[in-house]
Write a protein that binds this ligand. Sequence first.
Ligand SMILES: [Zn+2]
Length: 219
Amino acid sequence: MAADKGETTMFFAWGHQGQRRVFANAGAFQCSHCEKEQPSTVVLDYTVRHLWFLFRWTTDKVWRSVCETCGNIHRLQNPKTFEAGLSKPPIPFIDRRGWLVGLGGAGALVVLLGISAAVDDKNNLTYLHAPHVDDVYTMDFGRDSRNTECPDCQYGAAVVSAVNAEGVYIHPSKKIYNRSSDVPWGASPADYVAGETYFISNAQLLDMHQKGKLMDVRR
Ligand SMILES: [Zn+2]
């Protein structure tokens, strides 16, 4: 799979993979933008982590509902109720309980699960394939000669404010920097221009990453 990037050492291999399930016709919900009940689509994002492709478990489950009328994205208010109403579990058995299969075979390795989850925590491509709200990108914004304080500065951060099936909406950071490594890691909402929103399509995200214009994803 394209989103998958395993890492290999002498003794074991691990990796992780962003997954998305989409439930169309998910029923009516109260849309805060339309200010009334609207039909919705529910989207479940989760990460499958695996070790040797034998132990598999899931993390980072995020449920969202999308208003089919205005496209507004909300965090799903009652995921447990929604999940209970489905005819089968939302995440395939092998992704949910795969580690049980692994335990039967080689129980001693269970200690490695925690280690691998921590080590492979950062995987930009996986994050770009399944963006989340509040992901922060380090990006090349290009130089702006009107910036008299620092005409050579071109690197900034962008925070993802919304996600839909086509791509992401971002707010750019207020500050730009000389080098991409100067862009700070810890950022707060006040660091971004909330009034400026840009859309980046899924294809553009990957293209910018490949061309070195989007260097880093933090989650
Ligand atoms: Zn709406």
